[in-house]
Structures are given as C-alpha cells and as structure tokens.
Write a protein that binds this ligand. Sequence first.
Ligand SMILES: [Zn+2]
Length: 472
Amino acid sequence: MIPPDPTLLCVHPHPDDESIACGGVLAKAADQGLRTVVVTCTGGEAGENLAGIDLGDEDLVAHRRRELAEALTVLNVAGRYLLGYRDSGMVGDPGNDHPDSFHGVDVEVAATELATILRTERPDVVVSDDADGTYGHPDHIKSHHVTVRAVQLAADPTAALAGEPWQVAKHYAHTLATGRILAVHQRLRAAGLPSPFGEDDIDDAADLPFGSPDELVTTEVDVRPWLERKRAAMAAHRSQISEDSFFLNTPPELDDALFGTEQFVLLSGQPGPVDASGREPDLFAGLPTAAGVSSGGFGAGSSAPPVDAASFKAALGSFVTGVTVMTTFADDAPHGMTANAVASLSLEPPLVLVSVARTAEMASRVKLGGVFALSILARDQRRLSDRFAESGREFGHEEFNGVAWEPVVTGAPVLDGAAAYVDCRVRELVDGGDHVIVVGEVVAAQATDAEPLAYHRGRYGGFLPAPDADDT
Ligand SMILES: [Zn+2]
C-alpha cells in the first residue's frame, strides 16, 4: 500500500506567471520529492517581444512555448499541461473579443477540462489566482473562476466527467500582502529606483492598486533557498523580460523583501498549523508530505532521534476519523468549528474530549460559554465540514446563515441532519501542548442511523467493511 506522491498543482494564465508567482514553492516541492504540475491556460499571444530578441523563423507563441518548457525544466516540474486558449490581453484590448480568447470561454467548458486534469493528477494542493486576478488582468480573473469550479467538479461524483472523483485538500490563491508591497514600494522610491507599483508616493496600503490585506494572508513560504532557481526560471522567459525590467534591476539588499517569500490565501480546505507569525509556513502544512510517508519500515529503537513534525503528522494522518462540528454558545452568539480530534473518555461519568488549537477562536469561546455540542456529521454533510473549517469566515450569527440548528439542553447549537450529537458542559480544560483538551460532561446524546462522514489524509469518504478473515 504505497500512497500516491503528494502533489502540488499550479494553474496560471500565461507562460511566465508560474515562475513569477510560484517559482519558489514549485522548486521547493520538487526538491522535497513531491510531484509538481503546472497548467498554463493560454499561449501568451498578447505578449510582446519585450526584450527584442531575435526569433529567427519562429513566431512569438512558439518561442514562448519553448521558454515555458525551459522554465518548467529549471523548476523540475513533472506534469505540464497547456489548455490552449488565446491570451486576451489587458482590459479593453481587442484580444478580449477574439473567439478563442480565454476571457470569452464559458467557465464550465474550461473548468471541465481542468477538472479532468485534476482527476488524473489527484493533487493535494492547488494554487491559482485570486478573484481579483492578482492585478486585474481578465485572464487572471478567469483563471481563478475556472479553478474554483474545476475543484468542485473534480470532487463531484455526479459530474459528467471521466475519472474517479477527487477532492483537492487545499486550494490557495497566490497573492502579495499590501503591507509588504507598500514597504517595497517605499524602499524602491527612497533608493530612486523605478517601482512596479507606480511613480507616486503611497502612504496607505488602501491606496495600492492591488494586493491582499495582511490579515487575509494565511500562508507565507520562505523560498530564499530556492531563489536562484526562481530567478533562473524567470530568466528563461527572456522575450518577456526587457533590459529595464524591475526583475533585473533591483539591488540585492531588496531581494529578501521582494522575492524572499511567496504568499497565499487559503480559499478552501482545512488550514494547517501556523508558526509564530500566525501563518502556515508551507502549502502542505497539516498534510502528509513525501518526507513523512516515505520512511520505510518501523525502526526499532530507543536510540531513535526525536520524531520530526512531518513523520508525526503522516503517522497520525493514517488514523481515520469521523468529522464533527464542535459548537458553543457564548456572549449571545453561537460559534462552530470543524473538529476531528474527538474521543469518548469515560462512561461513568459520561465524558468526551476534544482537542482545540490554542489559537482557534473556539478555545476562548468555549471557555467563556462553558458549554459545547459535537454534531457528528453524516456522509452527505461534508460541505458543513468545509464551511466550519474555512479560514476568514465571519464569526457569530452570520457563521450559521443557512445552517439549520437547534439548541438541545445547554444552548450549544446541534446541526440538523447530523448522524449523531452529544451536548456537554465543560468539566475541565487541560493543557495539551499547542492545543487545549476540552473535557465535557455529556448531558444529552442521540444517534440516528445516518452513515457517518469519514476523514483520512485530507480526504472525505465513508465506511467500507473490511473483507472477512478467510477471504484474504
Ligand atoms: Zn499573466
């Protein structure tokens, strides 16, 4: 039973976007032994020969295809796909109206193509543009919508699509935090250098033409060890990088601020553990990676070194769990959080335990409210699991918009349609490292015969009986 290689798949509208936006994380993942895949939506037809290089007999599109191939080789990208649409150009460009333009294609059509690739490659992590298209280019906006829809389609067993359904564990948008853009802009201006963010002095992040507010950035990957590779990949797109490009003309002391990290916003999936900055340090945070699952055999050993985080997570990721939504009611408002570190603890008295990250909103609210309920989700409720795991969701009553629930005894919400629930009063909060173990005394409980939702290595499923002993 060898699990498939953990896979990172990045969707980009034009040749060169992959190196500029994701060159660091692609090189890092490949070096860690993960499989990497890049999907490029257009041929970059609207690009110009900015560097004025001699193309010989070749047209620019053919040339850019070779540049892309070279960049992907530099980044050691294993899987390469071209969707084959036509670059639409910037807003208002006549290319927007070309019949083959990516901008004009039906989202459902392009998403179906991409979903087929997702089912083939089965990526754990997908990266695309954000809803603003990073800087407003119509192809970048389109690429976002196509990817969001493709992730849904790939997982949908009823979709008219070849291949086995596949649930992407995490979908991220690459981004730049506005605080970082502002700092870089001010430093470039102070050094008398051209800034890609314009000629004007800007003092307020709100005045920037693009970028994500700092607090929305969920993930920041240190890519300094892969900076040379990222630069080489960018340089492979030589027709697109003119002599005066800011990429080639920044002083080395600005390198770290400009290119030292790549930033992302988690759009769907369960966030992994964060570091001291409050952000995930890696796209695979919380997911098993090759480093964790590849160690062969069970070594004997009192002399073994302390376990590394990846092995620990990969080992515990082998433990199949159910999925619950833990809820509480505090300060006149309900709150919910997807939880699967849940266990029954004692029969007499009836006790359960839930492990809650110290940084989670739930940790403070359950302490305040003194009550909680666990709704054990039914197999058809994985949307609720995603919903209550979504980072950046609104807390309070809005959090439950469109979700049917009722209080039972303690006032903590119990979700309609759950396979079972327990309603509890908090008995004890116990130190559990970076988590708090919440021990609850069960005051009400009920089960239905609905099939429960199961969770394993970032994927949802159901229960499958094992073969009888004499069948094996
Ligand atoms: Zn682009």
